[in-house]
Design a protein around this ligand. Sequence first.
Ligand SMILES: Cc1cc2nc3c(=O)[nH]c(=O)nc-3n(C[C@H](O)[C@H](O)[C@H](O)COP(=O)(O)OP(=O)(O)OC[C@H]3O[C@@H](n4cnc5c(N)ncnc54)[C@H](O)[C@@H]3O)c2cc1C
Ligand code: SF4
Length: 599
Amino acid sequence: MPFVNAAHIARDYDVIVVGSGAAGGQAAYTLCMEGAKVLMLEAGRNYLPEIETPMFQTVDQAPLRGAETPDKPFAFYDATVDGGWTVPGEPYTQTGSDAADRFDWWRARMLGGRTNHWGRIALRNGPYDFKGHSRDGLGIDWPLSYEEIAPYYDKVEMLIGVYGSSEGLENTPDSPPGCLLPPPAPLVSDLLIAQRARRLGVPVVAAHRAVLTRPLDGKRAAARLHPGNPTAQRILAADMQQRAACFWATPCGRGCSIRANYQSTTVHLPPALLSGNLDIVTDAMVSRVELGAQGRARGVRFIDKTTGGEVEARGRVVVLAASACETVRILLNSECGRCPDGLANSSGQLGRHLMDTVGSSAQGQVPLLENLPPRNEDGASGHAVYAPWWLYSAQRAGRLDFPRGYHIEINGGRRMPGLGTLAGLEWLTGGSYGLRLKEDARRYYGSFVYFDGRGEMIPNDAACCELDPSVKDRWGIPVLRFHWRWSAHETRQAAHMQKTFAAIIDAMGGRMQDAVTDGAAAIRPGGSIIHEVGGAIMGANPTTSVTNRWGQTWDVKNLFIADGAVFASNADKNPTLTIMALAWRSADHILERMRRKEL
Ligand SMILES: Cc1cc2nc3c(=O)[nH]c(=O)nc-3n(C[C@H](O)[C@H](O)[C@H](O)COP(=O)(O)OP(=O)(O)OC[C@H]3O[C@@H](n4cnc5c(N)ncnc54)[C@H](O)[C@@H]3O)c2cc1C
Ligand code: SF4
């Protein structure tokens, strides 16, 4: 009975997994496919992508023409049914209010969490990204190397389906043969950007996204992912056959009912449920981890949101995967006589080293792209090419005024038009009406290019979270209070991004409406790229970190963290592929330790 209500959970599970997004989905998948009995507790409601995904609706069918609203920050048809920058009844507080010291927290309260919406950009960290401190003396090294995590990147890529190419570029790892799917055809604007950017020394290569460009070879993948486990192989091979290839026409942020892109709800959870080893309770808001004898976690306590009652669930092992900050919140709220400052916090590091991604964007209009005939790829959602960080040698030579790097996500084409499409053309047309307006719209549609810089932040002492001393959520659980500050490392990097965007647009013969040169003005506020990680970092030393290299908390042996809270640094690469690779690795470690009866 996979979906159960709180009153019908079993008395004891091998593992309790809190959260059902990228981390919880991956941990539960690995554990269940290899035979562990798992209870997944998810604070949001159940969500069925196959029937709930509004893939084909047009904006005229939506209230306010599908416009963004506070409860639908990514517009009406966005896949996130419950969530956004604010969640009713679940506030958070922050000490800052402007772009320099504000942290906005984006949450999804639904089965599958943010993976129903995410951009599907799935990049591997490179070898340098795990050893930043050793290279430039800043931040913190991870207690593991790229080589140790690489086999898990391979597995995740094969399981979820990632398109991309291997280019042999510095600190931009290649994937072994058989891991990546072929990339889609680039847009015309991509080809022009690639040509002109290369003249400036900026490489433009195939993007990596968790989208199926062709059906998966389920049998081959299942045999590689679950050697010696015919049951798992049979389940996965059959399930992979149910996933169709992308047809490049609908916005991935609405979700994908044909299962062509990765969502936990369409990729991790179906086979895990078919294994018969997974029970899921939705509307289960976990408030704390309960300690039992000998300092071991006994289970977790949660609010059954359908009744408001409190329930305790028990398991041999507890895995927190509620997203980085929520995991920190649960641990801080699990304070007890022996741990007055929060559970697993003997180091005092819980809530510290909070990081987001440095984000800065620009848009350009390119006359060469006007009035082009439409091509099928023009409607593709998500990008086909990107520019990995390329200035490693300039940085080593001391020619840059900031550490680490950024990549550029590149967009263009003619997406499904929305309310704002082609609004504000006056800076190009000088204002037009009637027939002329229509001609202008046809001329300019598809002639814009978009650049999103995504860079590495160095953790600093002023970016952290803690429990707010007085504010509680609707369930009576203390909420988080955020402190935030970008340092000059990040603002200088944002200024460099803007210089690069302007140079590429200029090299294309394009124009920008507003060029920004001040990094502090160009940088997006903390949290706004929604790549928040850290808060319970892994390390080699129990006095300076919360978990060991397996995501196992130093203080409580059967308590693991599977989400981005354990990140010791936040490379320019988007974090989710690494979250899944680490979650798989932790789950393998748990299975092994359980087999040896060490957990
Ligand atoms: C608009 C957007 C675009 C993005 N694009 C990208 C991208 O292109 N590439 C990339 O790498 N990343 C991207 N991300 C980030 C990515 O979504 C996250 O890194 C990833 O989902 C994190 O996985 P997670 O499992 O830790 O958290 P989530 O996916 O947020 O899942 C956490 C789950 O835990 C549940 N939960 C929370 N608290 C509790 C509790 N107390 N009790 C029980 N359950 C709880 C939540 O309801 C949720 O379902 C994007 C995010 C957004 C919102
Ligand atoms: S573009 Fe492709 S992957 Fe994205 S929602 Fe549409 S069919 Fe699915």
